[in-house]
Each structure stands twice: as C-alpha cells, then as structure tokens.
Design a protein around this ligand. Structure first.
Ligand code: SF4
Length: 469
C-alpha cells in the first residue's frame, strides 16, 4: 500500500504546555530511493509541516537523507546567480545557455528513468555529453563487462542460495546500511562471510572473518587467478603467505553450495579498478567450471545505475557518451562513447565543455570542483542544494563565478514524485511513490520544457535568417 493513510496514532495530540502536536500520517511499505538497495518495507511518517521520518527503520543513510526535507521546500524558488526568479525566467536563461553552448556537458545525472529519458532527448537537441557523478565506478564495471563478460548474481539469488559470501575490498554496509539485513530476510540459510583485502565490516554478523586485509588487491588477484586455474600454492608462494591463504579459501569455495562475491567498484583503487573487476570475474568463471558462483556489484546510487541502463537502451552506449544534434557537422558521428575522454572532471578541467547542466535530485551533491568560474551552469537540484549553491556563489572563500548560474529546484523521486529506479543488481525496476505533497517539478518535466524552449529558439533563429533583406 503506497497511499498516505489518514493521521495515525498521536496519543499526545494535545498538550496543555505546548499546544497541539503536529499530526502524522504514515505510508506503509514505502520504497527508499537513497541507495540502490531500494528497501521497500519502510513506514514513512509525514508530519503536516511536510517533514519526513522513518523511526522504525535502522538506517543512518535514510535518516540523514530524510532530515534534509521540510516545509520550506514548498517555497524554494528558482534562481539566477542566487537571486530568486520565476520558473519561466529560469527556463529562458537555461535554454539560452544551452543554445549558445557548442559542447555542453550533462553531469551528475542524479535522476530516475523518466528523467534520464527526457535528458537524453534534451542532449540530442543540443549535442551534449552525458556522464554521472558516479561515472568512474560505473565505467570500471562497464569496461570489465565489455572486455571479458561477467558472471552476475542478484540479491534474490544471494538471499536464497548463497551459503558463502566473499566480500572483496569493500565495506558493504558503509554505503548500503541494510545490506546484511536484506540478504538475510525471509531465509534461514546459514551463511559464512570471508572478507578479502579488507577489514571486517562492523555490521556483518558473527560468522565472518577477514584475510589478507592489508595485501595489494592486484597481487592477491594475480595469485588467485593462478590458483583458480590449477596452479599449486607451493609453486607460487613467495613468503607473503598470500598463495597459501587463497588456496585454503578456494577449498572452502569448492565445498560451498553457492558462493556470492561482493564487490563495490567505488571502493576499489582507481584508476585501474576495471582490471581488478575483470580479474575477479575470470576467477568466478573458473569456479563455475565445477561449482556455482556469481558476483554482486554494489553501487549506482543517485539513480546512476538507472540512468546508465536507460541511456544504454536508448543509444546502445552507456554513460560517457556524446549525443550529436541532427544538424551535426559532416564527419561527426551521431553518438560517441569514450569512458576516458568524456569524464566530467577531465572535460571541465580541459575546458572541453562550455556549459554544465548538473542534475542532483536525490542527495545535494555540489557542483564539481573542476568547474571554471566562467563556465555557465544550470543546476536541477533537490531544494537542499539551494543554500549550498548560494553560498558557493557568494562565499568570499571561493572564486566568484562570473558566468551565469541557474538553479531550478526539482522533486526527489520517491519523496515528492512517483518514479522508477533499477535495483542494485540491475535485474528489477522498482516503482517509487511520493511520500509527501510538495509541488516541485520533476527532472523529466524540466528537461521536456527545455526541449520545447530550444525548439522555439531554433525556429525563431531560422525565421530571422530566412527574412528577406
Ligand atoms: S539501506 Fe539504502 S535503500 Fe535501504 S533504507 Fe537504507 S538508504 Fe534506504
């Protein structure tokens, strides 16, 4: 059930000392959009000042996210260079920026599937490049998939089949606080967890141990690949103990019914995380010759996974793709994907992007540090971003921006609007339902209005050039 219900228990609704307490309504089985686990078992409590809480759910990330929303979001106005303006004026200015730009960049891309579809159309209307604020982690996983393929598993499979979890180089609960709860819910499977190249995750249960916590992930995977292909540890051992420890882990994996490897590309050492992911998938491939194993990849928050999937099905390429306009110069490909060239930080630092459209509709991620003060920026952001942006524009500690900065507050999918997101394992699209009643436009509706403004601007320009002298 997703509709907010009438006011619930408020036993102290009146108090002689403090007057009436605000009424609270609850949405049961609400889906949290703040990390890609997309927990759908939450009771979201809405106060009549439009603030939200989930007191029965133990999740620090959710609590911190909900604390950013309150009644002031209702009056959060669009702005240009920090001064409030009407939505129409903000759209006019934003479309003027995109019309003038020759190489616009759509960065952040923190939105849902509908937002991604609309942004793709807008990108095709102005020749923009699309990247995510989590582009490094996404690209590492994509590169490994493109080069060698992958053995993926899903949350459901981990929950129902995995009796051994091998967590490689990450702390799952740090960014996905209910990870262990989610893989344990509804099952009595006894599960052992081995942490390799990392310390024990404090949130893990007692059947867990850590090994090779301080070893180099590259060294460990090199030894592990050899052992998985049948090399004897004695022939590899160099005094580090790595080969012997991995041989014993492989014995445990062979004895397991199903081993789920858990990785988090954002936690792996950059810039060569793709090599590590590829090596791990090759080891899992070797295990699958005689046993069963799969890899669960954590990441894709802020809608990154959903935007990547959407752009891929629309264009055939993942993020870090440039979409050319129909009237592109001869010799320009309609689509160009390059995970290195079209990295946000590189494009901005090298001045290869002359306008930035920054989208952050979930968490209030600030503008990238590499954005030059004279590069115009349009921000479609959650209301919590408004004050951070205003202080970035006016702070005496930062270089004053001398190019336009347009801010348009937008709805957070699952908070202010309905929507859809891919779950962490990319196997399920989960519907989101608004938890409160604040009238903010969605990213999709703003992007669609910008498409219309650009079309109107182009038509006006064409009419001018056709006018007889
Ligand atoms: S674990 Fe993630 S999806 Fe679940 S409640 Fe916490 S932030 Fe939300």
């Amino acid at each position: 059930m997703h509709e907010p219900t009438p006011p619930i228990t408020n036993a102290n609704a009146t108090s002689a000392a403090s007057g009436p307490l605000p009424s609270v309504s609850a949405t049961h089985d609400w889906t949290c959009p703040f990390c890609p686990l997309l927990c759908d078992d939450i009771d979201a409590h809405l106060s009549d000042d439009q603030s939200l809480a989930a007191p029965a759910t133990q999740c620090a990330r959710l609590a911190a996210a909900l604390a950013r929303y309150d009644g002031s979001d209702n009056v959060c106005a669009p702005s240009i260079d920090g001064s409030p303006v009407s939505l129409e004026d903000a759209l006019e200015e934003a479309s003027a920026i995109l019309m003038q730009a020759r190489r616009p960049l759509f960065g952040g891309c923190g939105t849902d599937i509908a937002g991604a579809r609309a942004l793709y159309e807008l990108a095709a209307g102005c020749g923009a490049t699309l990247d995510s604020m989590h582009g490094d982690a996404l690209s590492a996983a994509t590169l490994a998939l493109q080069d060698r393929g992958a053995f993926f598993t899903t949350l459901s499979e981990v929950r129902s089949r995995a009796d051994l979890l091998v967590v490689f180089g990450c702390e799952p609960a740090a960014r996905h606080p209910r990870f262990y709860e989610r893989i344990a819910s509804g099952t009595s499977t006894q599960r052992e967890i081995r942490f390799v190249c990392c310390a024990l995750d404090p949130a893990a249960d007692t059947c867990a141990e850590s090994m090779l916590a301080d070893a180099s992930p590259h060294d460990v995977l090199a030894f592990w690949s050899a052992i998985a292909e049948g090399r004897k540890p004695e022939s590899l051992e160099n005094g580090s103990g790595i080969a012997t420890a991995l041989a014993s882990l492989m014995e445990r994996i062979v004895a397991a019914r199903y081993t789920a490897f858990v990785i988090e590309p954002a936690a792996l050492p950059q810039p060569h995380a793709a090599l590590l992911i590829e090596a791990l998938h090759r080891i899992v491939k070797a295990i699958n010759r005689t046993n069963r194993a799969g890899v669960l990849t954590l990441g894709g928050a802020d809608g990154a996974l959903s935007v990547n999937q959407t752009v891929t099905w629309l264009s055939g390429f993942p993020l870090r793709t440039r979409v050319s306009t129909p009237d592109r110069p001869p010799g320009t490909p309609p689509l160009d994907h390059d995970p290195y060239r079209y990295r946000t930080e590189r494009l901005l630092a090298a001045r290869e992007a002359d306008a930035l459209l920054w989208i952050a509709s979930f968490d209030p991620h600030p503008l990238p540090a590499a954005l030059a003060a004279d590069t115009p920026a349009i921000v479609l952001g959650t209301p919590a971003l408004a004050s951070a942006l205003a202080s970035a524009i006016t702070s005496p500690n930062t270089q004053p921006r001398n190019a336009k900065t347009v801010f348009i507050p937008v709805a957070t999918p699952g908070i202010d609007s309905d929507g859809h997101l891919f779950r962490v394992d990319a196997s399920v699209v989960v519907p989101l339902h608004a938890a409160r009643h604040v009238a903010l436009p969605s990213v999709a509706s703003i992007a669609a209005q910008l498409v219309d403004h650009l079309a109107a601007g182009r038509a006006a320009r064409a009419a001018l050039t056709r006018r007889p002298a």
